[in-house]
Design a protein around this ligand. Structure first.
Ligand SMILES: [Zn+2]
Length: 324
C-alpha cells in the first residue's frame, strides 16, 4: 500500500512537471524560431533555465584592478556616432551640432582613458561633452559620471527607477556616486541636443529602472535608427524581473516597428563589432542589422524571458508536489 501511494505521488509529481514544462518549451521553441540562424547562438544564454542559475559571485575587491587588456581603440561607427568604450563596457559618443552625448558613464577608473582619451584620439574635443547617461544603476555604468561632470561640465542623466540603487552603491565598492543629477528620465522620456533626440525606454529585470536608448544615426548620409541595449538581461530564478522584462520588450518591439530601428548595439561586448569593422572595412557595418533582424532579436529575448518564467513556475510546482 505504501509503495502504491509513493508511486501515485511520483506520477502526480511528474504530471505537474510535464504540464508546467509545456509552456516553457513553447516559449523556447518560439525563441528559436524568432532567432533563426542569425541569433541562434544567443538563445542558450538568454533562455538558460532558472534551475541552473549562474553560481553567485564573490564580493568585488575593494579597489578594482584595471584589467591589462581592457582598452579598445576608439572608432567611428556611424557618421554621428563613435565607439569610446573598452572591452569591458561599451560607451558611445553621439556627436551633434550642439555638443556630445556620452551613452554610458563606464567604470570610474576607465572613463578618462576610454571616453576623454578616445574622443581626443578621434580628433573630437571632450570639452564639448554636454551629457553623460547612466543607463542603469550598477557601478560599471555610473562610475565615470562625476568625473565627466567635474572635468568637462557634462550634465548627468540617470534613470528614475534606479536612483535608490545608485545611492545605496555596493558597500565594498569605492566607485564615486554622483553628487547630483541634471536630468532624471523614465519610460518614453527624451533628451534633445542639437538635431538629435534620444528616447529612453525603461526595461526592468536586471535592475528596477534601467533604460535602453534609441536615436537617429546616419551611415554615409543614409538615415537609420539605432538601439543601444543598456538595461542588462533578466536574472534566472527571479520571476518578477522576467515578467517585467517580457512586458517591457513587448512595448519595445512596438517602438522598434513604428520607428524602424535597424541598428543594434549593447553596452557590453560591442567592441567585438568595432574590431570586425576595423578588420573588414569594406564589409557592411555590423551594427546595421535591419529592422526585421532587430525585431527578431527582441522577440527572441522576450520569449526567453517567458520561457524562464514558465520554467520557474514548473520548478515551484514540482517543489510543491514533492513536498506533499
Ligand atoms: Zn548591470
Amino acid at each position: 500500500m505504501k509503495r502504491y501511494i509513493t508511486g501515485l505521488a511520483l506520477i502526480f509529481s511528474a504530471t505537474i512537471g510535464r504540464a508546467a514544462d509545456a509552456p516553457a518549451q513553447a516559449h523556447l521553441d518560439a525563441a528559436r524560431a524568432a532567432a533563426g540562424t542569425q541569433w541562434a547562438n544567443r538563445v542558450e544564454s538568454f533562455c538558460r533555465a532558472s534551475a541552473t542559475p549562474k553560481p553567485p559571485r564573490g564580493p568585488l575587491p575593494v579597489t578594482l584592478p584595471e584589467v591589462p587588456d581592457w582598452p579598445e581603440p576608439p572608432a567611428r561607427i556611424f557618421d554621428n556616432v563613435y565607439f569610446v568604450g573598452s572591452k569591458g563596457v561599451s560607451s558611445f559618443a553621439i556627436v551633434t551640432s550642439e555638443g556630445i552625448i556620452i551613452t554610458d558613464a563606464m567604470w570610474a577608473y576607465d572613463v578618462e582613458k576610454s571616453v576623454a582619451g578616445g574622443l581626443k584620439t578621434l580628433g573630437l574635443d571632450p570639452a564639448k561633452i554636454r551629457y553623460v547617461i547612466i543607463p542603469h544603476g550598477h557601478p560599471d555604468h555610473y562610475g565615470g559620471a562625476q568625473f565627466l561632470h567635474d572635468r568637462f561640465g557634462a550634465k548627468i542623466v540617470a534613470p528614475k527607477g534606479d536612483l535608490d540603487l545608485i545611492s545605496s552603491g555596493p558597500a565594498h565598492d569605492t566607485t564615486p556616486i554622483p553628487k547630483a543629477y541634471d536630468l532624471i528620465v523614465g519610460d518614453g522620456d527624451t533628451l534633445t541636443l542639437g538635431e538629435t533626440t534620444v528616447t529612453f525606454s525603461v526595461v526592468p529585470g536586471h535592475t528596477a529602472g534601467g533604460v535602453v536608448l534609441s536615436f537617429p544615426v546616419t551611415s554615409k548620409g543614409v538615415a537609420h535608427r539605432m538601439l543601444i541595449w543598456a538595461a542588462g538581461g533578466s536574472t534566472p530564478g527571479k520571476p518578477a524581473g522576467q515578467q517585467q522584462q517580457a512586458e517591457a520588450l513587448q512595448r519595445l518591439i512596438g517602438l522598434a516597428q513604428s520607428t524602424g530601428m535597424d541598428a543594434l548595439a549593447d553596452n557590453h561586448g560591442s567592441h567585438i563589432l568595432v574590431e570586425a569593422m576595423r578588420a573588414h572595412p569594406q564589409a557592411g557595418n555590423p551594427f546595421l542589422i535591419g529592422n526585421k533582424s532587430l525585431i527578431a532579436y527582441l522577440t527572441m529575448r522576450q520569449q526567453c524571458n517567458l520561457a524562464r518564467l514558465a520554467d520557474t513556475g514548473a520548478a515551484t510546482s514540482n517543489a510543491a508536489a514533492t513536498s506533499q
